[in-house]
Ligand binder design. Structure first.
Ligand code: B16
Ligand code: MG
Length: 221
């Protein structure tokens, strides 16, 4: 059966904002005395801003006890750093293969949704020139349970009124793949096998994504 919708993650899938999130958290970590390396960063991908801060605090060499207000301040500071970094984003920053894949999906009359955990998603989409590319954009501010909970992906499928097994989710994070699988959808992972071992189909980077490759794995090849 042909899938009815694709639900795309944003950061790390459409563009390399995952790197900007990393650089911003690294700076916050330095100020807090907590080293944020790429291994820790892998566990921040796909999870909300506050949950990311909690995971960084949990990695502190010496326990740090911050009040809710202090946590808010650090999260706000991280977002300010992140927003400075994303000012440079241009349409040419769409990752390789993304334009082709979006066009193929559109030509096959399959619906397109964006399922990002980021409250900056609309800003980034605009900078990428992709503000009108999606039939539906999940509002991260309306999601109660972030990835790895399936709510983000379920929200998009419910908006379209589609059975979950007819939807395909595309993600670069372990939390996102877990969320797609938990929703009963077909998961496409972009990245290393270590981080994305649970993905139903995986490619090393976006340049290797084709609709044919995904559909073959999905089962109609
Ligand atoms: P913001 P995605 C996620 O976006 C990022 O992967 C994650 O690192 C970030 O903490 C989260 O968005 C929240 O982002 O601070 O901009 O609201 O990968 O789900 O598109
Ligand atoms: Mg992501």
């Amino acid at each position: 059966m042909q899938p009815k919708a694709f639900i795309f993650d944003l950061d790390g899938v459409l563009t390399d904002t995952a790197e900007f999130h990393y650089l911003a958290w690294k700076q916050i970590g330095e100020q807090l005395g907590i080293p944020v390396d790429r291994a820790l960063n892998e566990r921040l991908k796909g999870v909300s801003r506050m949950e990311s801060l909690e995971r960084i605090l949990a990695a502190a060499p010496r326990p740090l006890h911050l009040s809710p207000g202090e946590k808010e301040q650090w999260a706000t500071q991280k977002n300010a750093l992140y927003q400075e970094l994303i000012e440079t984003i241009r349409p040419s920053d769409r990752l390789p293969g993304i334009d082709g894949l979006l066009n193929e999906i559109r030509s096959a009359n399959i619906l397109l949704a964006l399922g990002s955990a980021s409250r900056n998603a609309n800003l980034v989409l605009e900078r990428l020139g992709l503000a009108d590319a999606f039939d539906y954009i999940v509002d991260a501010g309306q999601i109660r349970f972030g990835k790895p909970h399936p709510e983000t992906f379920v929200n998009a499928a419910d908006h379209f009124g589609l059975p979950y097994e007819t939807c395909i989710g595309v993600e670069d994070s372990a939390a996102g793949i877990e969320a797609i699988n938990a929703a009963g959808m077909f998961s496409v992972g972009i990245g290393s096998p270590d981080a994305l071992s649970e993905a139903k189909y995986r490619v090393a980077d976006t340049s290797l994504l084709t609709l044919g490759g995904i559909l073959e794995a999905y089962g109609i090849g």
